[in-house]
Design a protein around this ligand. Structure first.
Ligand code: FAD
Length: 513
């Protein structure tokens, strides 16, 4: 194998690059990323980063960008989806609401920008066309010219998000094509097509395109945010730093809960709306979901459950028109969210709305390829075997985008563990090892750390083994059991007990294989 292309320049993509080099691949390595940033860590975006100092109004290049951004001068493909622009201005009054926009979660990814097989110019020595300039493939981690223009006073905590430092990136010796999404995979010519019309030809492909936040349908309104990318987090952080605000978080999942918790810490008036009777039931089961609902209440947020969202209402602006002999006054929507309308008719006044209703795998660029099979199979992630190998042995998938052995996990640890197995199988050109890691995730909410490992069958029962659920119990360790066997553990503020229980569970799993 002479050239491997990693599509997705984030956590799983970086780990794939590391594994390729660690496992002896010394050929050409090209990493394609839709975002303009070098790999950065997402978990802090809803936690410490959101509570940190704002980097000024809206996304912009800063000194700190140098640590995570490597703009590629000659890569001029369409920019990745722009975050919702946040418009500052007087908060709308609760009763100044316009017509409701009807909502239903959208789960379909946007169409691929370029159809596979479209005319493409190839990049690199083993392709025809213009080779990338030194700038386009320069060693990442070295700030480019446009990243060093911010005033010295503009200090942010963004460098702490960087997943790799300049020394490591230099050692990895990869070419980073950032700010240009892949738009197709042409298996015939073994090319990854770029949205700007070019292509990269390789012998192996690692798909690591992750997931994107679901949004609500309807025209965009200022003040409405999702939280998946650094640019999303910058925009939200800016919106949260202009004084106390009425924040409505739609969705009581992990991102919603963490974001709500951060907003409370920042002094905002926070309401979380969850359509189900309790938050986090699919992940933790009803018993532990009751505890999580209490966390919101104890933490200082309002939690409204069992009610969906009917629509978002913009504020109204008065406009005076003069038409020949008469003058009329009319109200028009001002383009900024003013309230969230619930399915039961209640209106929640809102200056900032955070939509946390889940994520969908970034697979649009693979539609109509071999991997899709024409059956829309990619909607649930890229199907692969237990070794992260797709229907094509020279293509593997890792991280949030991969449906490994029928299961797609959106966990940080899966994105860091799968690449080792995936790369081993890619280099062997067949599945020689399977990924059997125990799923693990954590979440920080209202000063508590939740840690979960294992599988939770819907019928599993749960029992608290240590500590208790009451506020003065200082956390607990709970074990889920199914058919008399432990299958998962959950801990709140009990890291030692959790590590021990996780280790035991892992050993039990290994013994059962
Ligand atoms: C706010 C937030 C908080 C989180 N907190 C936790 C936590 O506390 N605990 C936990 O376990 N997990 C957490 N997660 C989940 C964790 O961050 C993810 O599981 C992890 O980022 C997955 O890594 P990935 O590389 O697979 O995907 P991603 O991180 O989504 O990266 C995929 C990359 O591919 C790029 N891409 C997409 N399409 C294309 C294309 N066509 N061409 C090129 N590039 C493309 C994307 O722009 C992105 O940069 C959190 C996630 C978020 C968003």
């Amino acid at each position: 194998m002479r050239t491997v292309i990693v599509v997705g320049a984030s956590l799983a993509g970086l780990h794939a690059v590391r594994e390729l080099r660690a496992q002896g691949f010394d050929g050409r390595l090209v990493v394609i990323g839709a975002e303009p940033h070098m790999p950065y860590d997402r978990p802090p975006l809803s936690k410490s980063f959101l509570k940190g100092p704002a980097s000024g109004p809206g996304p912009k290049a800063s000194m700190a960008d140098g640590a995570i951004a490597a703009p590629t001068a000659d890569v001029t493909g369409p920019a990745p989806t722009a975050p919702t622009a946040d418009v500052t201005g007087p908060p709308p009054t609760a009763d100044a609401t316009g017509p409701a926009l009807t909502l239903a979660a959208t789960g379909t990814a946007p169409a691929a920008a370029t159809a596979p097989g479209a005319a493409a110019t190839a990049l690199g020595a083993d392709a025809t066309g213009t080779p990338p300039t030194a700038d386009a493939v320069r060693t990442p981690g070295t700030p480019g010219p446009s990243t060093s223009t911010a005033p010295a006073s503009d200090t942010t905590d963004e460098p702490t998000l960087a997943l790799a430092d300049a020394d490591e990136l230099a050692d990895l010796d990869a070419e980073w094509l950032l700010g240009t999404p892949a738009s197709g995979l042409d298996t015939g010519s073994r090319a990854v097509l770029l949205a700007d019309g070019r292509a990269v030809i390789g012998d192996g492909v690692v798909i690591a395109t992750g997931a994107a936040a679901r949004s609500l349908p309807g025209p965009p309104l200022a003040g409405v945010h999702t939280l998946r990318t650094l640019d999303d987090a910058r925009a939200l952080r800016t919106a949260l730093t202009s004084g106390p605000r009425r924040v409505v978080v739609i969705g009581g999942g992990f991102i919603g809960a963490e974001t709500a918790s951060s907003c409370v810490t920042l002094g905002h008036d926070v309401t979380v709306v969850e359509a189900a009777p309790l938050p986090l039931v699919p992940q933790l089961g009803p018993d532990m979901a009751v505890f999580c609902a209490d966390l919101h209440r104890r933490g200082g947020a309002r939690l409204l459950t069992g009610t969906g969202v009917a629509g978002l209402r913009p504020g109204l602006r008065s406009a005076t028109r003069t038409a020949s002999a008469w003058t009329a006054s009319a109200s028009t929507p001002d383009g900024r969210v003013a309230a969230v309308e619930l399915a039961d008719g209640r209106l929640l006044p809102a200056d900032v709305v955070i939509v946390g209703i889940g994520a969908y795998p970034n697979t649009a660029w693979l539609e109509h390829t071999w991997l899709d099979g024409g059956r829309g199979e990619l909607r649930g992630g890229v199907p692969c075997d237990q070794g992260c190998v797709t229907a094509l042995p020279e293509v593997v998938a890792v991280g949030d985008v991969a449906r490994v052995g029928g299961v797609r996990a959106e966990h940080w640890t899966s994105a860091t563990e799968q690449p080792r197995v995936a790369v081993r199988n890619l280099l062997a050109a067949r599945t020689v090892e399977t990924a059997n890691a125990l799923p693990y995730f954590w979440s920080d909410q209202y000063g508590s750390r939740l840690q979960f490992a294992g599988h939770r069958p819907t019928e599993a029962t749960v029992r608290v083994e240590e500590g208790g659920l009451a506020p003065d119990d200082d956390g607990f360790l709970a074990v889920y059991e199914y058919e008399g066997r432990p299958t998962a553990v959950l801990a709140v503020d009990r890291p030692r007990a959790f590590m021990r229980a996780r280790r035991e569970l892992r050993a039990r799993l290994a013994a059962a294989l």
